[in-house]
Design a protein. Structure first.
Lengths: 129, 247
């Protein structure tokens, strides 16, 4: 008997299209690009602010243009997707045991949402909304 | 009642005659309590005795009958025919070389499993007359989930990282490393770290999470890997901040 194992080719660039769960994973990974570009925009904003009122005004105009708003909206959706999925996996990465028993995953996820809500509230109060 | 049938498209590969695998279709009866493995057994017994595949227990314990059915990595004994459409595509586990038909070569996994020392590393050799080392139910519960692995390799089949880079130690071997690291009787954590904390170890995992989704025993290998990432990062900073402390 011959031993001649067959190695199936791997789709190097399109493997992630073969299953919905891989697509969801790639969407999560690509969220970094949009969150990164949004951060970059904020840094540019700071730079323009340091250059005087006129420069900052033109920056604000650019951000409020259709393209600027669209980009912000896309970044927001990706940031939301990233946060929701990130909180969702926290019980896996940080399982807690109390009194010899596992803390239910819903409580760990819930605690993250609670801290997020409190932090958001404090920031909103701080900036005076 | 009309007898229900399913079209079973099975990937065939004969290393003696084939240059590449091809699909062969069999028509099998679909009984309400039949799983995919029953259909394959039906083919073997009634239609084509040349079909090769692995199975043993028929009850999701032995971990031998892992296959890719309609694109999803499953245990053939755990997948009811009635849940599938008329055409069912049956392939060997993904990411492993095909030995013959539905049989894959798992040597790579076995070798990797060896490297993570999947056994209790004791402080001192204990003579067998001393009997077992006792452990409280609480301490058992700390790792029990990861001890449920049956080495069925569905996780390797579903893991795109392993598909792209077969240096990756992979989900099951790492989950078992974690299982022994968490065991109160074990002192092998730093010995395992050579493999576990290396780049082809936990750091090759980018948390796709497919391994845990296909795992038939709810071992959750993805969780074990993320927990080890945290533990190993903490170890690293502890060593950096307090070099005098023994790990």
């Amino acid at each position: 008997m011959t031993r001649r194992p067959y190695i199936r080719p791997v789709r190097r660039y399109s493997w992630w299209l073969s299953q919905p769960r891989y697509v969801r994973y790639m969407l999560r990974e690509v969220s970094a690009v949009f969150i990164g570009s949004y951060t970059l925009m904020l840094i540019v904003g700071l730079l323009r602010l340091s250059q005087g009122p006129a420069a900052y005004e033109s920056f604000l105009n650019a951000v409020q243009s259709t393209a600027g708003v669209t980009l912000s909206l896309i970044s927001f959706i990706f940031a939301l997707y990233h946060s929701v999925t990130w909180f969702g996996v926290t019980p896996k990465a940080m399982p807690l045991r109390m009194g010899g028993k596992a803390v239910p995953p819903a409580i760990i996820v819930g605690a993250h949402w609670l801290v997020w809500a409190i932090a958001s509230l404090l920031i909103l109060l701080w900036v005076g909304v | 009642m009309r007898q229900a049938f399913r079209q079973l498209e099975v990937l065939r590969y004969d290393p003696d005659t084939d240059s590449a695998p091809h699909f062969q279709t069999y028509e099998v009866p679909c009984q309400d309590d039949w799983v995919v493995l029953d259909a394959i057994n039906y083919v073997k017994e009634n239609l084509d005795r040349t079909l090769s595949y692995r199975w043993s227990c028929h009850m999701a314990v032995c971990g031998s009958c892992g296959l890719v059915v309609n694109g999803e990595s499953v245990l053939a004994c755990h997948a009811f025919l009635r849940d599938y459409p008329e055409k069912i595509r049956v392939e060997p586990l993904g990411n492993f070389p095909i030995e013959r038909d539905l049989v894959v070569m798992i040597d790579d996994f076995v070798e990797k499993l060896r490297t993570v020392k999947p056994y209790i590393v004791s402080k001192k050799e204990r003579a067998i007359e001393f009997g077992e080392t006792l452990q409280s139910p609480e301490k058992l519960a700390a790792y029990k989930q990861y001890a449920d692995c049956i080495n069925c390799l569905l996780c390797y089949s579903a893991c795109p990282q392993y598909g792209l880079n077969d240096n990756f130690v992979g989900p099951a071997a790492l989950a078992l490393a974690h299982r022994y690291n968490l065991d109160s009787r074990d002192v092998g954590r730093s010995a395992r770290a050579d493999v576990v904390a290396s780049n082809p170890g936990i750091w090759e995992c980018s948390f796709v999470g497919a391994c845990s989704e296909v795992c038939p025993k709810n071992v959750d290998p993805a969780a074990s890997i993320q927990q080890m990432k945290i533990a190993i990062t903490a170890d690293y900073f502890m060593r950096l901040l307090m070099p005098w402390r023994k790990p």
